[in-house]
Ligand binder design. Structure first.
Ligand SMILES: NC(=O)c1ccc[n+]([C@@H]2O[C@H](COP(=O)([O-])OP(=O)(O)OC[C@H]3O[C@@H](n4cnc5c(N)ncnc54)[C@H](OP(=O)(O)O)[C@@H]3O)[C@@H](O)[C@H]2O)c1
Length: 252
């Protein structure tokens, strides 16, 4: 890297021992403008102390899986894909340490309340889905549903059998946007095999049905979206952000 190139952005991954943690570590290892500096896992995880790259079959990355903040390393931004129960401690940590936070963790009924105190002092972006295509759909969905006031609305989500929350965070968000808080939206969930993520929206009208289907082929779409959000969030002031707020930014 030339002397004038900016230093890579230091990223900590929270939930680094999980499926999404592994994908984030792989993308971070390959990135030139980002650097993995800390990998945080659950305090009772038997793998604490092991190199996080080795854990995920990537080869050693020189970063151990460890408890939140244990080495006192200061990242420029934290990227979280863990479990909802971990949210309050992570939010408090980011607030105290003044660390911008990108979170994709789902299953918390009110993430804005969980992370809200942190958002008073740092930029916080939570999204139930970091796919750019779904972020775009979310933007137009209230308008589309508003144009079809008579149809019955439904959302189906299909995910791998180990997913812990149902309906998915994305299904709940799509239902909220389509129904605008005034119309009922039926939801259903299937937990099947290794499906990464699929959502289908139904607009059931008289003698016709509109369906919108979104299918994710690889988890890296979420990880790439979260890392893009991380790059852009660090330039923002304290507050609560949505994925659409940063996707529209010009490239950094
Ligand atoms: N927003 C999006 O685009 C998007 C995309 C995919 C997934 N997700 C969500 O992201 C989350 C993670 O998904 P995943 O598939 O990676 O799940 P996962 O494989 O279960 O990974 C979650 C990881 O977090 C760890 N963890 C639990 N408590 C923790 C704590 N207090 N501190 C740090 N780490 C902790 C878990 O450890 P243990 O296994 O030891 O408990 C596990 O290693 C889920 O909520 C999922 O729904 C969101």
């Amino acid at each position: 890297m030339s002397a004038s190139a900016p230093a890579p952005l230091a990223v900590a991954v929270h939930g680094a021992g999980g499926r999404m943690g592994g994908v984030l570590c792989r993308l971070l290892a390959a990135a030139t403008d980002l650097r993995l500096v800390a990998a945080w896992g659950r305090s009772g995880d038997a793998r604490l102390g092991c190199d996080v790259g080795t854990l995920h079959g990537l080869g050693p990355l020189g970063v151990p899986l460890e408890r939140l903040g244990v080495r006192g390393i200061r990242p420029a931004v934290v990227v979280d894909f863990s479990l909802p129960a971990a949210g309050p401690a992570l939010a408090e940590f980011c607030r105290e340490e003044r660390l911008p936070l990108v979170s994709g963790t789902t299953g918390d009924e009110d993430p804005e309340r969980t992370f809200g105190r942190a958002a008073d002092v740092v930029p916080v972006l939570w999204a139930p889905n970091f796919s750019p295509a779904l972020a775009a759909l979310a933007e137009v969905l209230p308008t589309l549903a508003g144009l079809l006031p008579e149809v019955a609305l439904g959302v189906l989500d299909v995910h791998h059998a180990r997913k812990r929350d149902a309906p998915s965070g994305t299904a709940l968000r799509l239902a909220q946007l389509a129904g605008s808080g005034t119309r009922p939206v039926a939801t259903a969930s299937l937990r099947l095999g290794e499906v990464v993520g699929e959502h289908v929206l139904y607009f059931e009208g008289a003698d016709e049905r509109l369906e919108i289907r979104h299918r994710v082929h690889d988890r890296s779409v979420f990880a790439r979206g979260a890392l893009l959000a991380a790059r852009r969030l660090v330039a923002r002031g304290p507050g609560w952000y949505r994925i659409a707020d940063v996707l529209r930014d010009p490239p950094p």
